[in-house]
Write a protein that binds this ligand. Structure first.
Ligand code: ZN
Length: 482
């Protein structure tokens, strides 16, 4: 079976055939580092991380390039607003992005180019477009250079729109434009902008437009033609439409397949910075274990919207913990190795078929859950099913590994049950005390039960009794007793 992927450009699902046998090049648009990432931003990194892991599992060598947009109007505005250099805003948020990648178990990109590190390549590409008659310097002396959308008959092919139906490009003063939909390739330096945010060019000092940086960087690191260009569906137009126009108008074939993930919504709207800090990745992982958050983001099909709610995330955490609980119990019962390489085994044909079907993860996870059910029966049967249990366990772990969710993977294992080492140690102690309290209550020894509760409280651990059992939290960081 071969991998089939949905191509946003043709809106068709088709066989994925890499340009070079055994190798896959992927470019996805990283963040504009104007703020730290929230769940809506990081979904894309998780989606492409799973694609990459599946391709690696299937024997491909994957080069994954994710850029960092470290110069842009919003970053300059943040710098001015906070009275500090624009680059300090960019670097701080880039570090927050790396921390978010890491905490959710995403493999770091093979290359992570920054826009400001590629100004010569960008200028060269703009010069090519001018020479080929597809770009022009604004006649108003602003130093802006625009892409001439009317000069490129294929403009609109990615988002399947006619030029006359498109909205205007709102990236610069329309006075210098031949058509209001022409977009900026190069932005002339404006009075009031920091001098450090401009570079010399044939059109005077200025800085790159947003779209051109990706065309320049993708083709620098992956060649003029490459396998997959990805990003969130909100980038399809205008950003990706413009990237495609720039690259193809400059004579490059560019991406062979466009892959877009859906958004995370909250209250029916795209998650944006207006949702506040509580949905920053750095905050969510204080309320939920990182591995549970990853499961939540992985479990939905990448082309389905995730409507965020704390309840849905809690449910996902409970589901993952059931799978994880099986893996731990089965490992203990069989004495199997926690090292996946030693354990051997492989994914089930059903799982592979689901992954090959445009990453149908809900179907793939149904396979995992079915095996966990079988495995739990084998566990209950004891010694006589031990051999079967080892093979179930190894298949479950292989499948979880493809999704970056194997509980014994070094990334999670070193940190205890998918959290920090401190958290795992704390969890063990609190669970032991809660067990004592439950025993005391069963024995009607309420004095002891209350004392345990007070001890926990004195240590800052709040206990709440719910129908599903006691829940405890430290400073609002909730966790269900397992
Ligand atoms: Zn891009």
């Amino acid at each position: 079976m071969t991998l089939r992927l949905y191509d946003s450009a043709t809106t068709q699902t088709r066989d994925f055939v890499p340009l070079v046998d055994g190798q896959v090049g992927i470019y996805h648009c990283g963040l504009t580092v104007q703020g730290p990432p929230h769940l809506g931003h990081i979904r894309k990194e998780v989606v492409f991380d799973v694609l990459r892991r599946w391709l690696m599992h299937e024997g491909y060598e994957v080069t994954l390039v994710a850029n960092v947009t470290d110069i842009e109007d919003k970053i300059l505005a943040k710098g001015a607003e906070q009275d500090r250099p624009w680059w300090s805003v960019a670097y701080e948020n880039e570090r927050a992005l790396h921390a978010a990648y890491d905490v959710l178990g995403c493999l770091p990109p093979t290359y992570e180019p920054r826009a400001t590190g590629h100004v010569p390549e960008i200028i060269e590409l703009v010069e090519t477009l001018i020479a080929r008659g597809h770009a022009y310097a604004a006649p108003d002396g602003s130093g802006d250079v625009y892409f001439d959308v009317r000069s490129w008959p294929d403009y609109g092919e990615l988002s399947r729109q006619r030029i006359d139906d498109m909205r205007d490009a709102e990236d610069a003063d329309p006075r210098g434009k031949r058509d209001p939909r022409d977009f900026a390739l190069w932005k002339g330096h404006k009075e009031g902008e920091p001098e450090t945010a401009s570079w010399p060019s044939p059109w005077g000092r200025g800085r790159p437009g947003w779209h051109i940086e990706c065309s320049a960087m993708a083709t620098k690191y992956l060649g003029s033609e490459f396998d997959i260009h990805g990003g969130g569906i909100d980038l399809r137009f205008p950003h990706h439409e413009n990237e495609l126009a720039q690259a193809t108008a400059a004579g490059m074939p560019f991406a062979r397949l466009w892959m877009h993930n859906q958004m995370v919504r909250i209250g029916g709207e795209k998650m944006s910075k207006s949702v506040g800090n509580s949905l920053l990745v750095s905050e969510v992982v204080k309320r939920f274990r990182p591995v549970d958050v990853r499961y939540y983001l992985v479990a939905a099909h990448y082309r389905s919207v995730i409507d965020y709610s704390e309840e849905a995330l809690t449910d996902a955490a409970t589901t993952y913990q059931r799978i994880e609980g099986f893996v731990r119990r089965a490992t203990e019962a069989t004495g199997a190795s926690t090292d996946l390489a030693e354990l051997g085994g492989g994914v089930t044909p059903g799982f592979a078929a689901a992954m090959d079907d445009d990453l149908a993860i809900p179907t793939a996870l149904a396979q995992v859950q079915e095996l966990v059910r079988d495995g739990n029966k084998q566990l209950a049967a004891g010694e006589e099913q031990k051999y079967a249990l080892v093979s179930t366990l190894s298949a479950v772990r292989r499948m979880l590994d493809v999704l970056g969710l194997d509980p014994y993977a070094p990334h999670w294992a070193g940190a205890g049950e998918g959290g920090s080492a401190e958290r795992a140690a704390l969890g063990t102690l609190v669970d032991a005390l809660l067990e004592q309290r439950a025993q005391a209550r069963a024995d009607k020894d309420f004095a002891t039960a209350d004392r345990v509760r007070d001890q926990l409280k004195a240590a800052g651990v709040e206990v709440e009794d719910t129908p599903a059992g006691p829940r405890w939290s430290v400073g609002g960081t909730e966790r269900q007793e397992s």
